[in-house]
Design a protein around this ligand. Structure first.
Ligand code: HEC
Ligand code: HEC
Length: 299
């Protein structure tokens, strides 16, 4: 009996020491990874070359997730407050009144949206820049013009409390930041496509951060454990898209946040999605319906 306790006790000490080292390593390595400088070529373009279309800028701000995470006025807000894991994020104020983006140059905006990098070229960690990397030049220009014109909101510093488990996943490459997901050599288009199908594909890039590059869904890497897996949006036999036979049914779901049976859909950024125009929702629907089947969960 005594011997058993000793053995068990001993292995507990070994476990504790092991866990201590791993926790320490995760903290140091994740910190180091977050502060690394990512060397990419930022292809600049002149934002001023486009007539600042503030209306389009506002539309993008409201429908592409910026307002949902940063607040309708760009003032910053609590984005994640997951009690069970201690995951807490208060996003930065991105107006002229905040410390985050007040002094951003055109190039800083391009580096952030297209490459997931802050002005010092260190990566953003939560911000899903992979969704914006292919945003057309004219849309980037409109969005930035709109944000620069937002009223200055009082500064409240960003705050990120990241659970150790996620830090470990990040340190060891299981969870990745936007700059790791982006193909930095792929040029973004200058203009928003005219063709309806291409437009649907263009808009659906903002679904890829959660639903996966192939839109086949699966567990969202780095998300709080309480979040369900993202759904498969391809034409697979078990795809949720089979629930939506018409563009109208799809629109209704995207606007209400509910399925036809009245149940609530979790995690989806409906504050943003419901602000999308009929034309954009219909274009996305049409595009998704042309996707080849892919096994659910393969992202
Ligand atoms: C899912 C939430 C989310 C969405 C969507 C989002 N952001 Fe962010 N953003 C963040 C978080 C969190 C940070 C803090 C940096 C990080 O992620 O490490 C951030 C940082 C920023 C910064 C400051 C970066 C720095 O230099 O410190 C700017 C500017 C910004 N976001 C603009 C935008 C714009 C514009 C959009 C829409 C196109 C957008 N964000 C969409 C969550 C989000
Ligand atoms: C922040 C992550 C996130 C983003 C961004 C996102 N989704 Fe989702 N989506 C999810 C998750 C998670 C689920 C599964 C929800 C559930 O099971 O309750 C889901 C479910 C769905 C469903 C299934 C609805 C049903 O009937 O159950 C559809 C369709 C869908 N998303 C389409 C889209 C489209 C189109 C976009 C882009 C315009 C998008 N999503 C953007 C996370 C996201």
């Amino acid at each position: 009996m005594n011997k058993l306790i000793k053995i068990v006790g001993g292995s507990l000490v070994v476990l504790a020491v092991g866990a201590g080292i791993t926790a320490g390593a995760a903290m140091v390595l994740s910190e180091r990874k977050m502060n690394r400088v990512v060397d990419v070529r930022v292809a600049r373009f002149d934002l001023g070359a486009f007539q600042p279309n503030l209306e389009r800028g506002e539309y993008l701000f409201l429908t592409r997730g910026c307002s949902e995470c940063h607040g309708v006025q760009g003032e910053g807000r609590v984005m994640i407050d997951d009690q069970s894991s201690g995951f807490y994020i208060h996003t930065p104020n991105i107006t002229r009144g905040g410390g985050a983006a007040a002094t951003y140059s055109d190039t800083d905006w391009i580096a952030l949206l297209r490459h997931g990098l802050k002005p010092a070229r260190t990566p953003v960690f939560v911000m899903p820049s992979e969704d914006y990397a292919q945003m057309a030049d004219e849309d980037v220009a409109a969005l930035v013009a709109y944000i620069r014109a937002l009223p200055a909101a009082p500064e409240k510093k960003a705050e990120m409390r990241i659970p150790l488990m996620l830090k470990a996943m990040y340190a060891f490459g299981v969870a990745t930041d936007a700059s790791e997901k982006i193909d930095h050599t792929k040029p973004a288009p200058a203009r928003v496509p005219n063709d309806l199908h291409a437009q649907g594909e263009y808009i659906a890039k903002t679904c890829a951060g959660c639903h996966g590059a192939g839109l086949a869904g699966g567990k969202i890497p780095g998300a709080p454990p309480s979040w369900p897996a993202a759904a498969n949006l391809t034409s697979a036999a078990d795809s949720v898209m089979n629930r939506y036979a018409s563009a109208e049914q799809f629109r209704q779901m995207m606007r209400s946040g509910k399925r036809a049976d009245g149940t609530t859909i979790a995690v989806m950024p409906f504050e943003s999605l419901r602000a999308m125009s009929d034309a954009e929702l219909d274009a996305v629907f049409g595009f998704l319906k042309t996707l080849q089947p892919k096994a659910s969960g393969t992202r």
